[in-house]
Ligand binder design. Structure first.
Ligand code: SAH
Length: 357
């Protein structure tokens, strides 16, 4: 059974929610702006330290709202100091992870949207045990807020967000959209939508719905196969949706938002890495304005899969590029701390209770 604390998460509130609450308590609604400034600009997460707020209100806030909600259980730093993996404990004792990737000027936070994942892709650690539960908005926002606080100490700020941690963001749709709203809102983080990326296993109706929100975030489809037959073998969700339907939804997203469309392709030795697969993929994506991001498989404990040899990866990339498909080969950072793509797992003995499916 999930037991949330009786208090509401401060970071789940919009400015309007907070103004309404203040008004209800007979306070001036503009105080909401001051409170947001303390939290999101000054990064002060203790109501009792908010010096321009009167004491009686500070006490009320302390009783009513939890801040912070997440407890930092562990931070691991990669050997090159460029990747940090954060393990958070949620109010119900569940655990999720986020990753901070520091690359040049960029400070990218890879956030989780669910505890576990319903997609259960064959190569991914996060879905091995299925879905436990959705994250609340406050639990998503605080992943960014607490990392921002760490960076703040060094005079830096989070610059980019990717929804590529644990979970399938489009299966926690409303909460993810509300979180994007807070991330882009100047009263909160004020991060440009262009610097926010949502990665999905591919749910056509939700992709279309997201296009219609006009949020203008970048969308990444985890494609991983040049045809429906192979895709079905490695992605259980592909049994529900035809590849053609999915690509039509991606075309719609591009037409509606003009945001870049990227296809992720995790290369698995002997499964989707052969020369004929590259040629078929090039054919599938011809005439599309897109990028293919090749990710060599990151080994996950207990999975009987291999990363292709470097020559195969290079050959795969060459074949796509010869056919004018823009291709990137993602150098996976943070491998030594298992913080690379798909390695965020529920491997911790602290994880309690059983998944939903
Ligand atoms: N559910 C979303 C977001 C989480 S996965 C999605 O499916 O896109 C984020 C990215 O990591 C996806 O492209 C996913 O396919 C990739 N990934 C997962 N496990 C991986 C692994 N073991 N090696 C390399 N990439 C992996």
């Amino acid at each position: 059974m999930i037991s949330f604390p009786p208090m509401k998460a401060f970071c789940s509130l919009t400015l309007e929610d907070l103004s309404a609450w203040l008004q209800e308590k007979g306070e001036k609604p503009f105080i909401a702006k001051q409170l947001f400034e303390w939290v999101y600009q000054k990064l002060v997460l203790d109501f009792s330290l908010m010096s321009n707020i009167k004491k009686s209100l500070r006490e009320m806030l302390l009783k009513e709202f939890s801040l912070p909600l997440l407890k930092e259980k562990r931070v691991q730093t990669s050997s090159d100091n460029e990747t940090l993996k954060y393990l958070w404990e949620l109010p119900d004792g569940k655990l999720v992870e986020s990753v901070l990737i520091m690359s040049g000027e960029r400070r990218t936070v890879c956030v989780s949207s669910q505890v576990g994942c319903p997609a259960r892709c064959a190569f991914c650690a996060s879905g091995k045990e299925g879905l436990f539960r959705n994250l609340e908005k406050g639990e998503i926002i605080e992943q960014v807020l607490l990392i921002e606080k760490h960076l703040h100490a060094k005079g830096e700020r989070v610059s980019h967000i990717v929804f590529m941690g644990m979970g399938e963001p489009l299966e926690n749709y409303e909460t993810v959209v509300a979180s994007i709203d807070a991330l882009t809102n100047p009263a909160c983080f004020g991060i440009s939508a262009r610097r926010i990326t949502v990665s999905t296993v591919g749910i056509p109706e939700k992709i279309i719905r997201l296009a219609e929100e006009e949020l203008k975030v970048s969308l990444v489809l985890s494609l991983h196969a040049p045809n429906q037959h192979i895709r079905k073998k490695i992605i259980p969700y592909a049994r529900k949706y035809e590849l053609a339907e999915l690509l039509t939804a991606m075309d719609y997203y591009f037409a509606k938002t003009k945001r870049d469309v990227t296809f992720e392709y995790t290369l698995l030795k002997g499964i989707n890495d052969q020369p004929e697969h590259a040629d078929e993929l090039a054919e599938l994506l011809k005439n599309k304005q897109c990028t293919v991001n090749l990710i060599p498989y990151n080994p996950v404990d207990g999975l009987n899969l291999d990363r292709p040899p470097k020559e195969n990866i290079e050959d795969f990339k060459d074949r796509l590029e010869k056919k004018n498909i823009c291709t990137t080969w993602r150098y996976t950072k943070g491998k030594d701390i298992a913080a690379a793509c798909g390695q965020l797992a529920l491997q911790h003995p602290l994880q309690k209770t059983t998944p939903l499916q």
